[in-house]
Design a protein around this ligand. Structure first.
Ligand SMILES: *[C@@H]1O[C@H](CO)[C@@H](O)[C@H](O)[C@H]1NC(C)=O
Ligand SMILES: *[C@@H]1O[C@H](CO)[C@@H](O)[C@H](O)[C@H]1NC(C)=O
Length: 504
């Protein structure tokens, strides 16, 4: 009896669930319309055209590298990384040892794209400011006699090839109906290059320590938005977490003994992935005001000095007018710890604002968004960086005319929503675009791992001097040279950082 009524109940359940599903899916189809006229590539390429074909990508996609740079490992490694991203879902035909998959593969009519061809013209893999990052990407059905179609990336350097791979990965999407990876709106013809050579993100490990793995995740996520410089603000008054072999006592100025970077850690972080890591070891210019330094010493400054604008607007126009190069980081818009700045203000902040002379415009190397560490640690850093750093990334990569005209609520916002979800799919904890106060900020300096203040003080009391004097000590120069000889990448030209006494 009981059994019988239970059966009735489950039949009823099935009917109700089916009815709900029908209602649900019909309402879904109304709510998921995307604007098909937009190209969902972030940042927007310099030039592109698309068509109406849908192409399938072989899960056993092969790489074929040619050109003078074909021997460089960096392309192959990047291809493997991107293959894992593109084929995030299990797709049919991928396990060749599986009988079932083999059967399905034979049954299928083959894929439109079986090979990714990459041509790299130069074998120079030196990663320096202004390295050629241009590339062309063609994704088309093979109209010739060959059975297998191709996608082709052509670049002058391996770094151009990396940018092209990122774009290719953004064109690929998983189709849940056919369980295959498809490229919509093919053929794609993309000719791309960055607008600015310097597209940076600053992280600050002196206010809160960040583990090496987290820094590496940040570097990986930067490559998705085609940012190319990680400015690593390692030390400041609050802590000195870095090992400097010639000054073995210095890193006792860390928050705790387990929140430090060995020289080997630093090596690992600077090894190239197409992102230039600029380790800032000395604490330049913090004690001096910009007006004072610039007005009294401008004529004494090395002409190769790069002025880094950490103030409000108006600094770059002044610096380039005197013939200096400049990096834009207007703190009103590009300080990511300022949570009240919405995405559109980050997006429309323009590095060339107030600079109309073309020869002066060329002195602006680019810009940098700053993730100051007073209020962010491992628990919230990625969702504070993303998605707003991406808004700046498009400003720095894409053509000014293409992203400055029209209504950005219609042309950029849907694409940024899409890119934010792409970051999420790749495991990056990017916050929702329109969620301003998305995170609980860490309060105070340091990290909860230091347990208590006393321990911190005990640890730091091993220092031969109080930390607040660190910025004045001559070792800052020495340590930078020492690190350089350890093959840490650093800028060869002096950088004058223009900021207030305190960074926030
Ligand atoms: C794509 O299809 C639309 C609508 O059918 C058509 O107007 C357009 O010309 C096509 N574009 C290309 C490149 O074939
Ligand atoms: C831009 O488009 C949005 C959405 O349609 C609209 O609400 C807004 O008023 C538009 N802005 C301008 C400046 O036209």
């Amino acid at each position: 009896m009981l059994l019988k009524s239970q059966e009735h109940l489950s039949v009823l359940k099935v009917i109700i669930i089916t009815a709900l599903l029908i209602i649900f899916t019909s309402s879904l189809s109304v709510s998921t319309d995307v604007d098909d006229s937009l190209a969902y590539i972030w940042p927007l390429p310099a030039q592109f055209s698309s068509g109406n074909d849908t192409l399938s990508v072989d899960p056993a996609l092969c790489l074929s590298v040619s050109g003078k740079g074909s021997g460089l490992k960096i392309v192959e490694e990047a291809f493997e990384r991107y293959k894992a991203i593109i084929f995030e879902h299990e797709v049919e035909g991928v396990n060749s040892h599986s009988v079932f998959n083999n059967f399905r593969k034979r049954r299928s009519r083959g894929f439109d794209i079986g090979t990714l061809k990459i041509v790299v013209h130069s074998d120079n893999e030196e990663l320096q400011l202004g390295v050629d990052e241009s590339y062309t990407l063609l994704v088309a059905k093979n109209e010739g006699l060959s059975i297998i179609g191709e996608a082709t990336i052509e670049a002058n350097t391996v770094y151009g090839a990396l940018r092209g791979l990122e774009t290719f990965s953004q064109l690929c999407s998983f189709d849940y109906d056919t369980k295959s990876v498809l490229v919509y709106k093919a053929p794609w013809y993309i000719q791309d290059k960055p607008r600015f050579a310097f597209r940076g993100l600053l992280i600050d490990t002196s206010r809160h320590y960040l583990p090496v793995d987290v820094i590496e995740q940040i570097i990986e996520s930067m490559s998705y938005a085609k940012l190319n410089v990680l400015h690593w603000h390692i030390i400041d008054e609050q802590s000195f977490p870095l090992e400097v072999p010639t000054y073995p006592n210095l890193w006792k100025g860390a928050y705790s003994k387990w929140e430090r970077y060995t020289v080997e850690d630093a090596h690992e972080i600077v090894s190239p992935k197409g992102i230039n890591v600029m380790a800032e070891v000395d604490v330049p210019g913090h004690a001096e005001s910009w007006e004072e330094t610039f007005n009294s010493f401008a004529s004494n400054l090395n002409p190769r000095t790069v002025v880094h604008n950490w103030l409000g607007g108006g600094v770059c126009p002044k610096a380039v007018a005197k013939g200096f190069r400049c990096i834009y980081s207007n703190q009103g818009f590009w300080y990511l710890d300022h949570l009240d700045v919405p995405w559109d203000e980050v997006y429309t902040a323009e590095p060339l604002e107030g600079i109309s002379d073309p020869s002066n415009q060329e002195l602006v190397l680019g810009g940098e968004v700053c993730m100051w560490g007073e209020t962010a640690d491992t628990s919230d850093i990625q969702q504070t960086i993303w998605p707003r750093a991406a808004a700046a990334a498009e400003r720095l990569w894409s053509r000014r005319e293409a992203i400055s005209t029209g209504n950005i609520t219609l042309t950029a916002l849907p694409r940024l929503h899409y890119f934010r979800c792409l970051l999420n799919r790749r495991g990056v904890q990017a916050a929702p675009v329109l969620n301003k106060m998305h995170v609980n900020l860490a309060t105070g300096f340091g990290y909860d791992c230091r347990f208590n203040k006393l321990l911190h003080q005990l640890f730091q009391s091993h220092l031969p001097f109080p930390l607040s004097t660190v910025s004045m000590l001559p070792f800052s120069i020495t340590s930078q040279q020492r690190l350089k000889s350890e093959k840490l990448k650093s800028v060869d030209d002096p950088v004058l950082i223009v900021s207030k006494q305190s960074s926030s």
